[in-house]
Design a protein around this ligand. Structure first.
Ligand code: LMR
Length: 394
């Protein structure tokens, strides 16, 4: 029965984890998977998460089921964190999910249930898992131009030109902040123009918000999402708590759905519950509960925010440090975009052969499209990385 199953291609990001683990060289540098690391190269459990876990251990009386769409405190806390007061609470349907990826999956299933003919528009480039999930759900896909490789910045004019042909009932996938893989984000006027275009075409945005807090700050990183939520009748947001709460393996995420009015909210909420029930019944609770506790306790929240702010400042400093090291050694400004990009990722602009040479000759691991996880660097590794990049002829 199972013999017709095809061989599956290895995921390029997960492949790097394996290759890195197998590499015996002591000075190897992992700029692959998008996981935050501190100056000691560790991915710590955040202080507020530890404190909330202690409280939960003391106070939790049962691990019986919650609700099909998860805990109401988590919904309210995440709606506030992501959407602020951009939209009335009675227009927001929400479902806790299996991480941010699970929220994307549920969002696309919801789209398919509402309109099986929908086309999903993906930015070029985008996270390598977006297109496979859309394909798996059975939605037609198209891509739109997003990135200008010559400048290392977003290309909003090209984006708006391509998206002008999206139709009503289509879905446009956007990165809320810290674009993965380029770190090239839209400015607020671009979001404003996008809101106008989406209102004209009738296409619905699906925002992947996996790095809130890693770009310019918790509020600033949600500004584009909030602008669309305030301007449009329907917005889908797949938010992840993996990175900004460091809860990667707990799989805490949420799908927030802005609906046109309170009446449609009820129907969407029922559909979200039905999708969860068919996929996995109840969503994971532990990570979501910790997030709800942290965001609703002023002390825990302040400590979380302080630690997140320090993580963001560390990444920004590494960006400036690397751009300066490359400028000093190359005598050119062509890597200046590294300091301008936001979040964990930038695309170096190297060929696959150069990426391979970095791995083979220098033990430096990045994704084949030359995406680097800047948060994988330590200050001590910056000079060596800069020298290797130039030695590889990039
Ligand atoms: C990444 O892009 O590296 C992260 O989102 C981790 C993943 O699952 O790919």
């Amino acid at each position: 029965m199972l013999s017709p199953l095809p061989q599956q291609p290895e995921d390029q990001i997960l492949r790097l984890i394996r290759l890195f683990a197998e590499d015996p060289r002591p000075g190897k540098i992992d700029l692959g998977v998008g996981v935050y690391r501190n100056a000691q190269g560790q991915t710590p459990v955040m202080r507020a998460v530890k404190a909330a876990e202690r409280q939960l251990w003391d106070s939790q009386q049962t691990k019986s089921y919650t609700a099909l769409t998860g805990d109401a405190e988590f919904h309210a806390a995440m709606s506030g964190l992501v959407l602020g007061d951009s939209v009335a609470a009675d227009r927001i349907a929400a479902a806790a999910s299996v991480g941010g990826t699970g929220a994307l999956h549920t969002a696309l299933e919801l789209v398919r249930a509402a309109n099986p003919q929908a086309t999903i528009w993906l930015p070029d480039p985008t996270w390598p898992n977006h297109a496979p999930i859309a394909g798996h759900v059975g939605l037609a896909r198209r891509s739109y131009r997003y990135f200008d490789a010559a400048t290392g910045a977003a290309d909003p004019a090209a984006m708006l030109e391509d998206l002008a042909t999206a139709g009503p009932g289509d879905v446009v996938l956007l990165h809320g902040c810290c674009h993965n893989p380029t770190g090239a984000d839209l400015a607020l006027p671009d979001w404003q123009a996008l809101a106008g275009l989406l209102a004209r075409t009738g296409a619905t945005p699906l925002i992947d918000l996996a790095y809130q807090g890693f770009g310019d700050g918790i509020e600033a990183d949600a500004a584009g999402t909030r602008l669309l939520a305030a301007a449009l009748p329907e917005v889908l947001v797949a938010a992840s708590c993996s990175k900004n709460f460091g809860l990667y393996r707990e799989r805490a995420g949420i799908l927030l759905t802005v609906t046109p009015d309170a009446k449609s909210r009820g129907r969407v909420q029922q559909n979200l519950a039905a999708l969860n029930r068919m996929n996995f019944s109840f969503p994971p609770d532990h990570g979501a509960r910790l997030v709800g506790m942290i965001l609703s306790d002023p002390d825990l929240r302040a400590d979380w925010q302080e630690e997140l702010d320090a993580m963001r400042a560390g990444i920004a400093a590494l960006r400036r440090h690397l751009a300066a090291a490359l400028r000093d050694r190359s005598g050119s400004d062509r890597f200046g975009f590294l300091a301008e990009n936001r979040g964990m990722f930038s695309r170096l602009g190297a060929s696959p052969d150069q990426v391979e040479a970095l791995r083979r000759d220098h033990g430096i691991y990045m994704v084949g499209d030359s995406r680097m996880n800047i948060a994988g660097l330590t200050p001590q590794a910056v000079p060596r990385l800069a020298e290797a990049i130039l030695a590889a002829g990039i």
